[in-house]
Ligand binder design. Structure first.
Ligand code: SF4
Length: 389
């Protein structure tokens, strides 16, 4: 092929791959949307909007969305980063598990750096001989199990409703293939219970409840569960919810929709992310999750404490794949680092910059708390994009 043809073809490929990304980052439309929000806000009040999902926190800081908006719109960062809410005791269990022969422990890359007791991590456990592997999907862990029949492969499953269906699919596949060396250690957590907890927990009342005026609802989670689960607390707690995507124009449009609802005194669930989210969600994914998992009565969230019916565990009929049953490891609760403000940040009560360790003892290279580990954590987002390092 002629060089110019190659160039043209590469440009065309680039254009094709940019479809549905560049369109949602158009600066002219962004300024127009921001202008409409400036015109709509009432200057005699504030608008405190919680973005539940760490992906939105990341997008807001990465694209400087907060700088385009009126000063009386404040983003409050919620607990929707799966790495940030995983308690240190679960990391201690994962480390103990990984150090046992003949276990290969597989998990997502971010999990390796979450500090457990005395700052120990799965990464440091590797130095002690633990066989810890990074995977992009539980299906990668399944492949390790198929290729290493003499080893026991444990998938350390974390994440919200977005990742739970893939774990369920892996368990169903393992059962079909009669794989007896594949296990799941399940720490999947649920979004609606966490939002409800934020709105009504007694601890919050002690700490001083944050006055939240509305929620930017998560995008990927909602692609699975749909809009319907948010309807209860929009109505019950009189807070509007707008489900939105991760691109700058998505977030700006959703902020405008929330401002309109707040001004009009409405508390409804609206869907800005119609290109992916429906009211019913992904019924096939929901069915896989319902087949494999059941609700836990109680699950400890880092920073939020125990929340009833907020997490999943494997059903009894999948007990052969349950690492918690095969390896009943008990660890003492791990006290939070008292100087780390993650708990208050995850509840929307403090900003990362309120923490005395921020940017000094605690950085993305040497995280002291979970909110600095993942790029979706509020502390990492502030550090990386606010020019505060
Ligand atoms: S800066 Fe570090 S220590 Fe402080 S709240 Fe964030 S993660 Fe915790």
């Amino acid at each position: 092929m002629h060089d110019r043809d190659t160039e043209r073809s590469a440009t065309a490929t680039k254009r094709r791959s940019m479809k549905y990304v560049e369109e949602f980052r158009d600066p002219v439309i962004a300024r127009k949307l921001a202008g409409e929000i400036h015109a709509a806000v009432h200057l005699d009040r504030s608008y405190r909007l919680m973005e539940f999902c760490g992906g939105h926190t990341h997008a807001i800081f990465r694209f400087g969305i907060h700088q385009l908006l009126p000063e009386n719109i404040e983003f409050v960062h919620g607990p929707g980063c799966p790495v940030c809410v995983l308690p240190a005791s679960r990391i201690d269990i994962a480390i103990t598990l990984a150090l046992q022969e003949p276990v290969i422990l597989c998990t997502f890359g971010d999990v390796l750096r979450i500090p457990g007791r005395k700052g120990r991590t799965l990464l440091s456990a590797r130095g002690q001989g633990a066989d810890v592997r990074i995977v992009y999907s539980p299906l990668d862990a399944l492949q390790f199990a198929e290729k290493n029949p003499e080893r026991l492969v444990v998938f350390f499953a974390v994440g919200f409703e977005t990742t739970a269906p893939a774990t369920a699919a892996a368990v169903l596949h393992a059962r079909r293939q009669k794989l007896n060396n594949f296990l799941v250690h399940c720490s999947h957590v649920l979004t609606p219970s966490a939002i409800q907890h934020i709105l009504e927990s007694p601890e919050l009342r002690q700490w001083g409840a944050p006055a939240l005026d509305g929620f930017l609802g998560p995008s990927h989670v909602s692609a699975i569960i749909g809009c319907r689960p948010y309807e209860y607390f929009a109505e019950e707690y009189r807070r509007p919810v707008v489900i939105t995507g991760f691109e700058p124009l998505d977030v700006l449009q959703a902020v405008g929709m929330l401002v309109r609802q707040i001004n009009e005194g409405r508390s409804e669930v609206e869907n800005q992310y119609t290109r992916l989210v429906t009211r019913e969600g992904n019924c096939a994914a929901q069915a896989a999750v319902a087949e494999v998992f059941e609700l836990r009565k109680l699950f400890e969230w880092r920073g939020l404490g125990p929340i009833p019916y907020s997490a999943l565990r494997l059903k009894q009929e999948f007990v052969d794949f349950d690492a918690e049953v095969r390896f009943p490891i008990a660890v003492d609760p791990v006290p939070e680092n008292r100087a780390c403000a993650c708990g208050a940040i995850l509840r929307g009560l403090k900003k990362p910059t309120d923490c005395i360790l921020f940017g000094k003892a605690c950085t993305p290279e040497r995280p002291m708390g979970s909110c600095m580990v993942s790029s979706e954590g509020a502390c990492a987002a502030y550090y990386n994009y606010q020019g505060l390092q």
